[in-house]
Design a protein around this ligand. Structure first.
Ligand code: NAD
Length: 304
């Protein structure tokens, strides 16, 4: 019988932020089971970002060790990303995989959103991922190997009532991932974004138990493992994943309309054609986007 070779992470050094619970914990357990040396980072805060507790990371490290794996705890905030990377370097001498996973919520309708609600969500999601990734980046460049995951959300991709701050930051991580995929390609550093859906304390108050039962966080782990494996070439992509369902997401634009001497009135007149997605395009970089525009403008047949 044909048996598929296991995707091994033997001796790979993996940092997982926010790994004291939820999705981060199950990533940590599985990477360790497959031979990785894992930095289990967690500040041990409530979903809203309050408090601090070293027990969250310690518990997961103990679980890994009890199963015969290798792990070390780190209790810093992702806002101090360089300290978390230092833990990996001091403990294991390198950094191969970075899972930017830590997250908080400050849900409130937009008119009531305070500066503090915005700033905290920015600092943990966007700035945290930036700080970790920048600290790891040159080590990955020197090693000519790196696998990075950004954790986005359907709230960022599509919007969600009461989550303006969270949506903005989750979409910012897609932009960060897209550019890092381009900057990292020549050095074998791959970066992808995922929009997971899983039962955790973040979702347990908004989803009914029978749905939560289908959304085990364990079902998100396999895609992350695949994307982070040394044999995987995928980079610059966005995936939605949950309940055993996996999908790839991309931006689509309509073929567009060239409107000579463009005015608001002409835009109104052409709006249906502008919004016609029957002949879509899928630019994968900013230069590709601009060259598509230039070739449409230069097509004499379209100039009226
Ligand atoms: P969770 O609350 O169980 O886990 C988040 C962890 O991050 C917590 O253990 C928390 O202590 C830690 N954390 C928070 N702030 C931190 C900081 N400054 N530094 C270090 N650690 C910090 O939530 P989860 O559902 O496992 O979410 C994991 C990630 O997935 C988050 O980025 C979340 O936004 C994202 N996400 C989850 C879902 C879902 O359905 N669960 C959906 C979309 C996106």
């Amino acid at each position: 019988m044909f048996v598929m070779a296991e995707l091994s992470f033997k001796d790979r050094v993996v940092i997982i932020t926010g790994a004291g619970g939820g999705l981060g914990r199950v990533y940590a357990l599985e990477f360790a089971k497959r031979g990785a040396k894992v930095v289990v980072n967690d500040l041990g805060v409530a979903s809203s970002g309050e408090g601090k507790d070293q027990k969250a990371a310690d518990k997961v490290v103990n679980e890994i060790k009890a199963a015969g794996g290798v792990a070390v705890a780190n209790y810093d905030s992702v806002e101090d990303g360089e300290k978390i990377v230092a833990t990996a370097l001091n403990s294991f001498g390198r950094i191969d995989v970075l899972i930017n996973n830590a997250g908080v919520l400050r849900d409130v309708s937009f008119g009531k959103m305070s500066d503090a609600d915005w700033d905290l969500v920015y600092r943990v999601h966007t700035k945290g991922a930036f700080k970790l990734t920048r600290a790891a980046w040159n080590h990955m460049r020197d090693n000519k190997f790196g696998r990075i995951i950004m954790t986005s959300s359907a709230a960022g991709l599509y919007g969600n009532f009461g989550q303006a701050n969270y949506s903005a930051m989750k979409m910012s991580l897609v932009g960060l991932s897209n550019t890092l995929a381009q900057e990292g390609k020549a050095r074998n550093i791959h970066c992808n974004a995922i929009a997971p859906v899983a039962a955790s304390r973040m979702t347990e108050t908004i989803m009914p138990p029978e749905i939560l039962e289908l959304m085990k966080p364990e079902y998100v782990v396999p895609l992350v493992l695949y994307l982070c494996h040394e044999s995987t070439t995928e980079t610059g992509s966005v995936f939605e994943i949950g309940a055993g369902w996996v999908s790839k997401v991309r931006l689509q634009r309509s073929a567009g309309v060239f409107i000579p001497q463009i005015t608001a009135e002409k835009v109104k007149e052409q709006f249906e054609a502008i919004s016609d997605f029957s002949n879509p395009q899928y630019p994968t970089s900013a230069p590709e986007s601009v060259s598509g525009i230039m070739s449409a403008v230069n097509q004499p047949s379209q100039v009226k």
